[in-house]
Design a protein around this ligand. Structure first.
Ligand code: ADP
Ligand code: MG
Length: 618
């Protein structure tokens, strides 16, 4: 039953293949890192399966990736090939169909949604297009794969997925060569005529060093068939042993030496043979095991991109060693270019990107929802511990103090790093703050221990300045000022906030007022209550105190009394007209140009909070 089964690609796949083939030409190098990263994933899956069921895998079987080149220097008509093989988990025929013939990958669908052909080249930098990038360099791709034996299927049969760049279909069939793989996948790329360089070891070596050195901690071997000139063994050589015997007989004879000398220059016939040449490509220890001083920024960025499949550069990172419960560890955490799009909507955090390794071997990237508090659950971490049991399960890990201490170390270092950047590299911090200002607010609210440190990272616009810290507000206070004034208008633009009647008197008197426009702002100041010894005061509520009262307090009171007398008829009239709607009508000193304002009671909810509560109960 080796009749090939011809199948049509799912329509999205067909589209993606077209985009890949037509518009990503200048990015075609990426195919190699995509295939190496898939090979790495497949070996990791095998390792994890093997940890659970030891009977499935021979523990001595090496886990590695090999890159093999086939070419004929002389004969250009011979098709060049690049073959990438992994000893990973492999794919059963149904999996070959499903994984390579349909689009399961969410990232790729997102890519498709945005790609319109023109900007696809830029997008590949952000998304990567996985397996289909093979067609950037290959006119035909064969994927031979053999899955891991299972109890139901103890002897899986190797199958081939075959697809031509020109056609919109693929075939899956029994491998006519039989089971050449113990388990794993062998991808053969028949290189396009204009992609011949990918069968040169120098090209491949260079690419692996540049892009994939960090994609995997499993060894990558380069296997090249090199031409070599070797002497042809002729008849004379065959009779050599007899000569040698003669020579031994006359060992002490001077003639023997002369004979040797005359023999050397004698032309030997040479012939060309192909020898297998192996070399290990990614020999350096993993980056996190190295001394941070020896690691370049580019290397950190490359590691990030390769590990977390995020093609945009991280904004910051921190590489450190620590100790949790007597277990030494090395860790690097990264601050991605942006907070995930669904962060604010999804109720539960999903810190999927804590990659835990033990002695350089990947264990898990799923430490569960509680691995980190919500506010920092977007952070990306690689942590390599020295002596946790290799088969440690997620459940046991969650309950260990190791994890709790690790978590605390990460949070502490994150806050340290941000504080340092804010102090020493203001421009860089501005960039980080653009993305993470709301995160600092959430952190200050959620975190009990480091609430003030996180609040110090928040930047606010005010009626007079942009993006200042609470510290900067306090040091800019007017003489005698006792309150930190703020104006809250959820979701309102700064321009609108600046028109508020509540700012009139404060601005006129030269006071700075923090402008709040996010729901978290007010909740946070209610928690903080004070900063630098000054209480927060809502400028839309009663209770404002000015520190610059030049007038005599008695005189002021006297004037207020006169005004109240003078306006009594108006106040009485307004009070009856607004009965049941407002609590009180008063003569106010806070307005400069506006005739009147409606304010919230000091002990009551602010108008903004009320809006927020209403929105939540709907
Ligand atoms: P992604 O790696 O993001 O899932 P790809 O297009 O690179 O997307 O690969 C699609 C799927 O094909 C993978 O998720 C995996 O299931 C399967 N696959 C690809 N390469 C291999 C391989 N070398 N070994 C086993 N499975 C593989
Ligand atoms: Mg992939």
């Amino acid at each position: 039953g080796a009749t090939p089964e011809k199948l049509e690609f799912q329509s999205d796949v067909a589209r993606l293949r077209k985009i890949v083939i037509n518009s990503l030409y200048s990015h075609r190098d990426v195919f190699l890192r995509e295939l190496i990263s898939n090979a790495n994933d497949a070996i990791e899956k095998l390792r994890l399966t093997a940890l659970k069921d030891k009977s499935l895998v021979d523990p001595d079987k090496p886990l590695n990736i090999t890159l093999k080149m086939v070419k004929d220097e002389e004969d250009e008509s011979v098709q060049r090939k690049l073959i990438i093989t992994d000893t990973g988990i492999g794919m059963a025929p149904e999996e070959l169909k499903a994984n390579l013939g349909t689009l399961a990958k969410s990232g790729t669908s997102e890519f498709l949604a945005k790609a319109d052909g023109e900007n696809a080249g830029n997008l590949i930098g952000q998304f990567g297009v996985g397996f289909y990038s093979s067609f950037l360099v290959a006119s035909h791709v064969y994927v031979a794969s053999r899955s891991l034996p299972t109890a139901e299927n103890p002897n899986p049969v190797q199958h081939v997925f075959s697809s031509d760049a020109e056609e919109g279909s693929f075939e899956v069939y029994l491998d006519p060569r039989g089971n050449t793989l113990e388990h794993g996948t062998e991808i053969t790329l028949i290189l396009k005529k204009d992609a011949k360089e990918y069968a040169e070891s120098a090209t491949i070596q260079n690419l692996v060093e540049k892009h994939s050195a960090f994609s995997t901690t499993f060894p990558i071997f380069l296997f090249d068939r090199l031409k070599e000139e070797v002497p042809v063994e002729d008849e004379e050589d065959e009779s050599a042993p007899a000569d040698a015997e003669k020579k031994t007989e006359s060992e002490d004879d001077d003639d023997a030496i002369i004979e040797d000398v005359t023999e050397k220059p004698k032309e030997k016939k040479m012939k060309t043979i192909l020898t297998d040449h192996w070399m290990r490509l990614n020999e350096q220890p993993p980056l996190w095991q190295r001394d941070p001083k020896s690691v370049t920024d580019q290397e950190y960025k490359d590691l990030y991109k390769a590990t977390f499949h995020d093609y945009s550069e991280p904004l910051a990172w921190y590489h450190f060693s620590g100790d949790a419960m007597g277990t030494a560890f090395k860790a690097i955490f990264y601050v991605p270019s942006h907070v995930p799009a669904d962060f604010w909507n999804s109720g539960t955090p999903s810190p999927k990107d804590i990659r835990l390794l033990v002695k350089r071997v990947f264990i898990t990237n799923d430490l569960g929802e509680d691995a980190l508090p919500k506010w920092i659950s977007w952070i990306k971490i690689i942590v390599d511990a020295d002596d946790l049991p290799l088969n440690v399960s997620r459940e046991t890990l969650q309950n260990t103090r190791f994890l709790r201490q690790l978590k605390n170390a990460i949070m502490k270092r994150f806050i340290q790093l941000m504080t340092k950047i804010a102090e020493e590299e203001p421009e860089r911090f501005t960039k980080i703050n653009e993305q993470y200002n709301p995160i600092f607010k959430l952190g200050a609210l959620e975190d009990e221990k480091d609430s003030t440190k996180l609040a110090a990272l928040i930047r606010y616009d005010t009626n007079t300045r942009d993006k200042i810290s609470l510290e900067e507000y306090v040091s800019n206070r007017k003489k005698g000022q006792k309150q930190i004034f703020y104006l809250a208008g959820m979701g309102q633009r700064k321009d609108d906030l600046l028109k508020s009647v509540f700012l009139e008197r404060l601005t006129a008197r030269g006071y700075e007022v923090l402008l709040f426009n996010e729901p978290l702002d007010e909740i946070l100041v209610n928690k903080l209550r004070k900063w630098g010894g000054m209480k927060f005061q809502d400028s839309a509520k009663s209770g404002l105190k000015f520190g610059d009262e030049e007038e005599d307090e008695e005189e002021e009171k006297e004037r207020q009394k006169v005004l109240e007398e003078q306006y009594k008829p108006l106040l009485d009239w307004l009070t009856t007209q607004t009965k049941g709607i407002v609590a009180d009508v008063k003569v106010s000193q806070r307005l400069v140009t506006s005739p009147c304002a409606i304010v919230a009671h000091q002990q009551g909810m602010s108008a903004n909070m009320e809006r927020l509560m209403k929105a939540q109960t709907q």
